[in-house]
Design a protein around this ligand. Structure first.
Ligand SMILES: [Zn+2]
Length: 426
């Protein structure tokens, strides 16, 4: 697209890995935990401190700041052609209660490092560049998750998001005002928020695939679709002694058979299917009472929608079969549906080119987790860059990543952004 405007100087350009690491460690001090992690929940005073640090750093890098009505922050570095849509990157800086230093923070600070590198080299791009901080990606304090990017893309309304409350009854609207980040710019593309020309998000993988394959870089081609369910199995509570086996209506026995079916369903959809039962509630949960009711969750993921539909059909079939004998009733309710995301081929290619320029081994990978990029992809060409994280662990205080891998991913981001934004003649 704009590859022809790349000069030899920009091809040789490289980010400062030490400076990137130092920014990560400095931001990680805000909300630092004893075990080496970070606890910086969305829209708390610690989040305010993190946001203000980002704003200070990007202002020092010459950016102008825009804050929208859901608190998303956009730091903008002008290009030579102000009419071109921005080439953007970013992620989130809120964390889980016992989160790590890299999830989200890496994508934001990698964007900052790209801007600093271009400043040092005196490189001006044709399209403007923007680095985004999306509000409440983690969904730990306020639901829905990926709130800022979800409003931006129009998956739910600004009003819905502002009205969400935490466990103490504090609303997003109130919390944004309290930390001084209730901005005036429109939050949703439908309300006039600018669309990007391209969006990249660098992120730790949050899974073990890259480390297992000993490959430093994942070219992310899309994200798994998701279907979540609440399943309720109802039988009859009865005494564990006097009730003979053949006369029981044991909800837990029926439920465990369904749970096995969830895993078997995913095993028949390899390598792209995932099936998880992560929450189980047994009633009355007493050792000498036959369980009368079991509630459990199902989390199905798949790289394509046909696969996800097959999994859905098999779950419903199994639930129908379980109640066919008349011993139990099974109610299955889908609570969440995210279609699989397929990232823009030209941006996936830009990430691949970036890896080639940086001389890095790379592999195509599909994201198993949700990310802000998945929402942004509904409004603009999008792709992601994955770097390995230690033992594939995240959402944990021991989350770790190597400075070399983080720097490598940031170099790929730099070159992918330059390819899309173009370099202005000096
Ligand atoms: Zn994240």
């Amino acid at each position: 697209m704009t590859t022809d405007t790349l000069t030899p100087i920009t091809t040789a350009l490289a980010i400062n890995g030490q400076r990137l690491w130092d920014s990560l460690m400095t931001l990680a001090q805000i909300g630092a935990t004893d075990k080496g992690g970070v606890s910086r929940l969305a829209l708390t005073d610690l989040d305010r401190q993190g946001r203000e640090l980002f704003v200070r750093w990007t202002r020092e890098a010459g950016c102008t700041i825009r804050v929208d009505a859901i608190g998303n922050i956009f730091a903008r570095r002008e290009g030579s052609d102000a009419a071109r849509p921005a080439v953007a990157t970013g992620s989130h800086i809120d964390t889980q209660p016992t989160g790590g230093k890299f999830d989200g923070n890496y994508g934001v600070l990698a964007g900052l490092e790209v801007l600093r590198t271009l400043n040092d080299a005196g490189v001006r791009t044709v399209a403007p560049l923007e680095v985004c901080v999306w509000t409440n990606e983690e969904g730990s304090r306020f639901v829905p998750v990926m709130m800022g990017s979800g409003v931006y893309a129009g998956d739910f309304t600004l009003e819905t998001a502002l009205a969400a409350v935490d466990r103490d009854g504090i609303s997003v609207e109130h919390a944004l005002q309290a930390i001084g980040f209730a901005g005036s710019a429109p939050a949703a593309v439908a309300d006039g928020a600018p669309r990007f020309g391209a969006y990249f998000e660098a992120h730790i993988e949050q899974g073990p695939v890259l480390e297992d394959a000993d490959i430093p870089l994942g070219v992310v081609t899309g994200a798994l679709g998701q279907r979540w369910y609440d399943v309720t199995v109802t039988g009859q509570e009865a005494h564990a002694g006097p009730t003979p086996m053949r006369l029981r209506r044991d909800a837990l026995q029926a439920a465990t058979a369904l749970m096995q079916e969830v895993v078997a369903t995913a095993m028949d959809e390899q390598p792209d299917g995932r099936g998880t039962v992560g929450y189980v509630q047994v009633y009355p949960n007493s050792r000498n009472v036959i369980p009368g009711k079991v509630v459990f969750t199902v989390d199905f993921r798949h790289a394509n929608d046909e696969g996800l539909s097959r999994m859905d059909a098999r779950l419903r079939q199994a639930c129908a079969a379980a109640q066919a004998g008349g011993r139990v009733q099974v109610q299955v309710e889908q609570t969440v549906y995210y279609p699989p995301a397929h990232f823009a081929p030209e941006l996936v290619a830009a990430v691949r080119h970036g890896a080639e320029r940086a001389g890095l081994p790379h592999v195509d990978i599909v994201s198993g987790a949700g990310h802000d990029a998945v929402y942004v992809a509904r409004t603009a060409p999008t792709s992601m860059i994955f770097v390995p994280c230690k033992d594939g662990i995240s959402h944990n205080e021991i989350e770790d990543a190597s400075p070399e891998h983080l720097a490598a991913g940031c170099n790929v981001l730099l070159h992918a952004m330059l390819e899309q934004a173009g370099v202005a003649a000096t």
